[in-house]
Write a protein that binds this ligand. Sequence first.
Ligand code: PRP
Length: 204
Amino acid sequence: MLKIALSKGRILSETLKLFNKIQMDFSQVNEDTRKLFFDFEEYGTRVILAKPSDVPTYVEYGVADIGVAGKDVLLEDKKDVFELVDLKLAQCKMVVAIPQDRSIDMPIYRVATKYPQIAERHFVKRGIPVEIIKLHGSVELGPILGISDAIVDIVSTGSTLKKNNLKILEEICPISSRLIANQVSFRVKSYEIMALIEKLESVL
Ligand code: PRP
């Protein structure tokens, strides 16, 4: 049985639609039921529902053979997994944002973010020493409350930045969902995984 870890939350419905396009109907997978795994004997597949940031961990440890994880999570929390396909779901970008009324030339001392590793690497690369403040959500509050001068976060539609009077200072990288695989499973179950990749690539 091929075990697939999928991320709960916003991206789940997009992921299920993609599998539906390759005739894998996972419509029973529904996070409202509180059930966390679903077996589909007809496809020889078990779907495991996980928090987005836990998907690479399940795949690294092999409790899931493959998974669908955001590039943000993969960059933040580097795991020993193979990144196989850009599924182009949940496309957005990682950015540095500052208050609308702040000049782009003003130095940045403190940065609030859910992604401390990505932020740290970005500012080190730019040779800018900053203090990174880790928050677990609603990071846009950072500059409003004065805990930081800037944020590093994901922007999709841009409406959260706009509503909180922030503007993009620079783009760090594009983000989207990736198909990842456990390194052993990729060899042991290569036939099943390659067949799945071929089908997915045909509809991307
Ligand atoms: C993400 C991100 C932004 C928002 C951006 O947060 O951290 O806050 O989405 O989307 P937009 O550009 O379309 O407005 P999420 O909704 O995942 O929640 P959180 O901030 O509570 O973690």
